[in-house]
Design a protein around this ligand. Structure first.
Ligand code: NDP
Length: 248
């Protein structure tokens, strides 16, 4: 089914819940036709699509494991088939296991899973976007303020996000001539399953008090930073914006 649109088109990976769902709703409000990618939670993704449609927006849900390059190619094909082009890619899909052992106790399966989704997944979508995105496009990657905080227990997770920041910077340079801007947003602690799972109330409260603004980030706080970088015609390129209440 082809429903080509005159709206700008955004793919948001991992948009079935948390920060990605807030980004999808925000970009739909800003006038984008939105591709709501998810890994396994189809019902959650359909709820995001339904909320966007109820608000008068245009969206569809598309399953793809970003760690799988062929699945990512199909995701871009589906977006282009449905909407005709891709103007914005938000690389939001990410995993952080609730258990955060020190590096010495981290097993191969945990390492492979975190690197597969956060680093290879971002690589897969960036490579697909670099060849298929419309002139003047924008890419926003999700990093983490843990790259600056460097807290024990987060060695592998923060390493993947440091890699995301480096790919952000270098891809921005490699896309010279295409007028595609590539930036990253690095949230601090944000109230989603990824952050809250496995933590006691005491741990959550302690982390919430760390930034001078003394609260957790909300998904909409992060969506606002992404929406800023997703605007057409900006001058910010190859940068990482920390959206974290001042924690680092
Ligand atoms: P959530 O765990 O709440 O949501 C994760 C989303 O990613 C879900 O939509 C999930 O889909 C999707 N996803 C997971 N694995 C894959 C995969 N292999 N392929 C496609 N989609 C996948 O996470 P957050 O909203 O908290 O995090 C969003 C991003 O922000 C991540 O990159 C995270 O690292 C980053 N971040 C988060 C912070 C926080 O404190 N929350 C702080 C700093 C950075 P499904 O529902 O189908 O499982």
């Amino acid at each position: 089914m082809q429903t080509k649109t005159n709206q700008p088109v955004a793919i948001i990976t991992g948009a079935s819940r948390g920060i990605g769902a807030a980004i999808a709703r925000r970009l739909a409000e800003d006038g984008y036709a939105v591709v709501v990618n998810y890994a396994g939670r189809a019902v959650d993704a359909q709820e995001v699509v339904a909320a966007i449609a109820a608000a008068g927006g245009n969206a569809f849900a598309a399953q793809a494991d970003v760690a799988d390059g062929a699945a990512v190619a199909r995701l871009f094909d589906a977006a282009i088939e449905r909407y005709g082009r891709v103007d914005v890619l938000v690389n939001n899909a990410g995993v952080m296991p609730p258990a955060l052992p020190h590096l010495v106790d981290t097993d191969d399966a945990a390492f492979d899973s975190i690197v597969g989704v956060n680093l290879k997944g971002t690589f897969n979508t960036l490579r697909a976007a670099a060849s298929r995105m419309a002139q003047g496009g924008r890419i926003v990657n999700l990093s983490s303020s843990l790259v600056g905080l460097a807290m024990p227990g987060y060695a592998v997770y923060a390493a993947t996000k440091a890699g995301v920041e480096m790919m952000t910077n270098i891809l921005a340079k490699e896309l010279r001539g295409k007028e595609i801007r590539v930036n990253a947003v690095a949230p601090g602690p944000t109230a989603t399953e990824l952050f809250l799972d496995g933590k006691t109330d005491e741990q959550v409260q302690r982390l919430a008090k760390m930034p001078p603004l003394e609260r957790l980030g909300q998904p909409d706080d992060i969506a606002a930073a992404v929406a800023f970088l997703a605007q057409p015609g900006g001058w910010v390129n190859g940068q990482t914006l920390r959206a974290n209440g001042g924690i680092v």
